[in-house]
Design a protein around this ligand. Structure first.
Ligand code: SF4
Length: 329
């Protein structure tokens, strides 16, 4: 059965991706509109570190002399186009944003790539932002040190990419909040999320599985926590089109073989074998339908072992399945 999150996740987001006109030139993007109706499944907390640094809109663009982590370590600087050193201001602005996100209970943040502040995996460095480096900007680097779940805006490039980031994010949040204080609790938690890691990184999944099995009886709290952190790190790694396709097909054929799909209304389910060519959008639609069918019928959909559903929908589903709804409002 999928695990269900009933608390609506609060997501931090670079404000310029949330349609706020805060870029240095007053422009903005509306990346979150890609979510359509799903937008209501999240609460958003937009933040702009450059505004919090006191730079205002419009403002002189800034550049970094080295990647964001080096700025935090004091070996690189943040400079305006006219050469003014604004390192201390930007670090303070980024920290103010982290403080606000913490007050809002955020642990997931969507970041604008290639920005000297918000970049996550790619940042432009140098006087004319001429060098692309595979590193974070200043705010991105500060968030990396918090070890939260960070999402690049490229996650919105296709419905399939977003499907993958969202399901890993839900699993990550679920695992972060779950008690893993005993060997048994940790093994149970791994049993839920391992399906994703087996799909995205088979070797790491096998190594974690062996490490869980090899734990001494009554393992020390630090040992259990170290393994949980390793699982959380593994959930940060994205999948590929081919892997998602084969995982979907595996789940579907598993349920068909066991007969668990018998009696289930599958008229909308158009899952076809991996030989059938389909584009990313079609694949994402099939995966979402499979998720919904799994939720409504209490079937495990291994590629999305943790789902978010509103409490009232969980109650309605439980009533339809004849289960006692034992959750209080
Ligand atoms: S600092 Fe971040 S939120 Fe602000 S405009 Fe730049 S990329 Fe957007």
């Amino acid at each position: 059965m999928p695990e269900i999150l009933t608390e609506r996740p609060v997501i931090g987001v670079s404000a310029c991706l949330y349609d706020c006109p805060v870029r240095y030139n007053g422009k903005r993007f509306d990346a979150v509109s890609h979510l359509g109706r799903e937008r209501g499944d999240f609460r958003f907390m937009p933040v702009c570190p450059e505004c919090m640094a006191g730079f205002g809109v419009p403002r002189e663009p800034i550049h970094l002399t080295g990647p964001g982590p080096d700025v935090l370590d004091g070996t690189a600087r943040v400079v305006t186009r006219r050469g003014r050193d604004v390192t201390a201001e930007l670090v303070a602005g980024a920290q103010a944003c982290v403080d606000a996100l913490e007050r809002a209970g955020v642990r997931v943040v969507i970041l604008k790539e290639e920005s000297p502040s918000c970049g996550l995996l790619k940042t432009k460095v140098g006087n004319h932002r001429e060098k692309d480096v595979k590193a974070s900007g200043v705010f991105g680097a500060l968030l990396q040190r918090k070890r939260w779940f960070l999402v690049p805006d490229a996650a919105f490039d296709s419905p399939l990419k977003w499907w993958d980031w969202r399901r890993r994010m839900h699993a990550w949040l679920w695992l972060s909040d779950r008690s893993t204080a005993t060997n048994g609790e940790l093994a149970d938690a791994w049993h839920v999320v391992k399906f994703i890691v087996q799909e995205t990184q088979r070797t790491e999944a096998d190594a974690i599985g062996r490490a869980v099995a090899a734990l001494p009886r009554h393992a020390a709290a630090e040992e259990l926590e170290a393994l949980r952190s390793r699982m959380l790190d593994a959930l940060r790694v994205p999948t590929t089109h081919e892997r998602a396709l084969s995982a979907m097909w595996k789940s579907y054929t598993y349920h068909r073989k066991r007969g668990t799909l018998e009696g289930v209304d599958v008229h909308e389910l158009t899952v076809r074998s991996p030989e059938v060519r389909r584009n990313a959008t079609m694949l994402a639609e099939e995966l979402l339908t499979l998720e919904r069918v799994s939720f409504e019928n209490d079937l495990l959909f291994a590629s999305s072992p943790v789902l978010y559903r509103e409490r009232r929908r969980v109650r309605a589903r439980d009533e339809a399945l004849g289960k006692a709804a034992d959750e209080e409002e």
